[in-house]
Write a protein that binds this ligand. Structure first.
Ligand SMILES: [Zn+2]
Length: 115
């Protein structure tokens, strides 16, 4: 019995991890635009530092695209907030339950830093 529930948990954890990897891979491409309008797509490894500038194939300095996403709307991808990511992992009801529990703990003198 116990063994079965443990196995279930480990499968759940793995699928969460792979979801994250897919998501990071999708977000690891950055675009640079040079003054002449050339666009260079650079694939970046997860956690890699994103340079602000990149030398375009024409020799000009291309600047990181994405600061003005709202203006240009080029990516078409909404920026995901921490809240969005939370909601992907837990339903809103689950979050409410967690919040209620935390609030109750707080009222009872626990501290939220406790995990
Ligand atoms: Zn260029």
């Amino acid at each position: 019995m116990a063994e079965r529930s443990l196995r279930g948990m480990s499968i759940g954890a793995k699928s969460l991890e792979s979801d994250q990897n897919v998501d990071f891979a999708a977000r690891s491409e950055v675009a640079y635009v040079c003054p002449k309008g050339h666009r260079t797509i650079l694939p970046l490894a997860e956690g890699a530092e994103v340079p602000q500038e990149w030398e375009c194939r024409c020799g000009q300095i291309a600047h990181l695209e994405g600061h003005d996403e709202q203006e240009s709307g080029k990516t078409g991808k909404p920026t995901r907030t921490h809240w969005d990511m939370l909601l992907e992992r837990r339903s809103e009801d689950e979050l409410k339950a967690v919040l209620d529990k935390r609030l109750k703990m707080h009222r009872e003198g626990w501290f939220p830093d406790y995990e």
